[in-house]
Ligand binder design. Structure first.
Ligand code: TSX
Ligand code: MN
Length: 595
């Protein structure tokens, strides 16, 4: 081991993990550029990193074909009773789960180095920030954590002798026998993968995967699952939300936090550049928001992450120019295609397809190939600070005051472009019933309706019924200083299957209406589902959308909504006695309004 650890809990835990996992060596990380370069050198020598000629300090990795995404079926919320985990989570008794995992961890780091990564979610030392320490046997995880979190020896100083942290134990689950040659992406087979959370003791154990949310434990595991359980106990919020600042031509600032299920373009909205003259948009975060009530009684949000871990396919100068400009240097690419001139490529990138590339599996690829060149879940890892429109205040200790919450989903019919909640409770009802149609990016049939409350279904670290109640309680606390709540659908289609709304930069027109609602400048129309913009209030100047299409886009057909009620009832029934009375009341009132 390269340094002495002063913190008692940390030194005990390192010893315990080392005795169990039996690595050849232990290295405590300090977050320096030298350390990053050392890891890169190791990964280049190992053959798993490919240096990109076209992008300075950027590298491509190819994962094992069976280790390409989060594994929700192997993700556990391990609380003492199953009821605490609730109907949306997998549960195993903690004693039993630990026995199983100890068996897997036993000797799992043989032939490898154990890295100890001290990190902070949120800038180091901020009141809302949380310290974690990840133990891992993957140098790929180390470099990704360097970008996604604040890794630093200052974290160890802050921990001092008796400070607390969240232990995050990770192993790829691929020990090396004496003289055994390593593979390029070592990991365990699917039946041995476990992504386990013990929210009652703020502990994370992950085994068998090296990919993204399974392995970079600061993100989904700590900042959402464990943090959501802490937030419930401590009276704050940990949400799966982007954060952006919209500035009007008059210079007035509005802060928006928005939750969408996957495949709705959350990262694109986070960096969107308005098409309406004079309006500006800056990104504060693209995935996670931690929110606390400030001294003035308003909700303040911070982005606990330091980097972007985005889906590459579909990202282009057309869909997200600010992301493309973020990716010019210092980027880790995973499962993208490699072009002959030493650059990355993916489906949906601007310009012509390459005539030849090496696909994400390492095979030759040409446009004639029947397969994709980049895996649909191929990723980039990039410092958020490199985003050209990162907000100057994105690392402010107190965060930014939230004016607007947005929920949304992908619906080809029924749901209009935008509607506003009648009240906080109604807004919580909209979040709790949020749904999205599956796309090719999901497993199973395309076009099925899936409920994903608050876009938190895979990320809530406790019973989702109690989570709904927490939203209601937070509303009571902030009272009339609560953000206004809206629901959007950028994806409604005409009868002939065309998208009715141009989306992307033009979504700024919808956000502008929300700001005018906040300012009391726009009077809304009432409908059964909530408040709608008056036709003349939605600024669609210059986008050439016909009056008929606009009507179709904003249409609310009570019969279509009535047809949704059985599915909502079934969705709510799963929460049993944990479903808040106030949400039952919202459903009854909704039914009444539908007539
Ligand atoms: O991200 C998207 N957003 C939000 C942008 C700020 N996407 C991509 C979703 C996949 C991740 C969208 N796709 C959006 C959107 O608002 N809207 C659509 C649907 C759409 C696609 C293409 C066009 C219009 C709408 N236009 C043409 O094809 C010319
Ligand atoms: Mn996410």
């Amino acid at each position: 081991m390269n340094i002495d650890i002063k913190n008692k809990k940390l030194s005990d835990w390192i010893k315990e993990a080392a005795d169990m996992c039996r690595p050849d060596d232990i290295y405590v990380c300090n977050g320096s550029a030298e350390e990053y370069n050392l890891m890169i050198k190791k990964l280049l020598d190992h053959g798993s990193a490919i240096q990109l000629k076209k992008r300075p300090n950027s590298y491509l990795f190819r994962s094992d074909p069976g280790d390409v995404a989060r594994v929700e079926d192997h993700t556990y919320i391990s609380t003492s009773s199953k009821d605490e985990a609730g109907p949306t989570n997998n549960w195993i008794d903690p004693v039993q789960l630990k026995e199983t995992m100890k068996g897997l961890y036993n000797g799992c780091m043989k032939g490898r180095t154990m890295y100890v990564i001290p990190f902070s979610m949120g800038p180091i030392g901020f009141p809302i920030s949380k310290i974690g320490v990840e133990i891992t046997d993957s140098p790929y995880v180390v470099i990704n954590m360097h970008i996604m979190t604040r890794v630093s020896d200052r974290v160890l100083e802050l921990l001092s002798t008796d400070g607390d942290f969240i232990p995050c134990l990770h192993s790829i689950g691929a020990p090396l026998a004496e003289g055994q040659k390593d593979v390029l992406w070592p990991c365990a087979p699917i039946e041995k993968k476990y992504i386990s959370h013990f929210p009652e003791e703020n502990l994370i154990w992950s085994y068998g995967s090296g990919y993204g949310g399974n392995a970079l434990l600061g993100k989904k595991c700590l900042a959402l699952r464990i943090a959501s359980a802490m937030a419930k106990r401590e009276g704050w919020m940990a949400e799966h939300m982007l954060i952006l600042r919209l500035t009007s031509p008059e210079g007035k600032r509005y802060h928006i936090a928005a939750a969408f299920p996957s495949a709705c373009g959350k990262t694109n909205l986070a960096m969107m550049q308005p098409s309406i003259p004079g309006w500006r948009c800056e990104c504060i975060g693209d995935d996670i928001a931690w929110m606390k009530v400030g001294a003035d009684g308003r909700l303040y949000a911070i982005n606990p992450e330091a980097g972007l871990f985005g889906v590459a396919p579909g990202t282009s100068y057309d869909t997200n120019p600010m992301a493309m400009d973020t990716l010019k240097e210092n980027v880790i690419f995973t499962n993208c295609a490699l072009t002959d001139d030493g650059d990355v490529w993916w489906e949906g990138m601007d310009g012509d397809e390459p005539l030849h590339a090496i696909d994400w599996k390492g095979n030759d690829w040409t446009p004639e190939s029947k397969t994709v060149a980049a895996h649909p879940n191929a990723r980039f890892t990039a410092p958020a600070s490199q985003c050209p429109v990162i907000c100057g205040d994105w690392e402010k200790p107190e965060g930014v005051p939230v004016d607007i919450f947005i929920f949304g989903g992908r619906r080809s019919s029924v749901v209009p472009l935008v509607h506003e909640a009648i009240s906080w409770d109604h807004g919580v009802f909209l979040g709790a019933t949020a749904a999205s149609e599956t796309t090719a990016a999901n497993i199973g049939a395309v076009g099925n309706l899936r409920r994903d409350p608050f876009a938190m279904k895979p990320f809530c670290g406790y019973n989702m019924g109690d989570y709904f109640q927490h939203w209601l309680d937070m509303g009571d606390r902030v009272g009339d200083k609560a953000p206004r709540i809206f629901y959007v659908n950028w994806f409604r289609k005409s009868d002939d299957g065309k998208f009715l709304w141009p989306g992307f930069s033009d979504n700024s027109r919808v956000l502008k209406w929300m700001c005018e609602r906040v300012d009391g400048k726009a009077v809304a129309r009432e409908s059964a589902i909530g408040l709608l913009p008056k036709e003349e209030d939605l600024d669609v100047q210059g986008i050439g959308i016909s009056g008929d299409d606009m009507k179709e886009l904003m249409k609310v057909d009570p019969a279509e909504w009535k047809a949704e009620i059985p599915d909502i009832e079934q969705h709510f029934a799963a929460f049993g006695s944990r479903l808040p009375e106030r949400l039952k009341k919202q459903l009854e009132e909704f039914k009444k309004r539908l007539g």
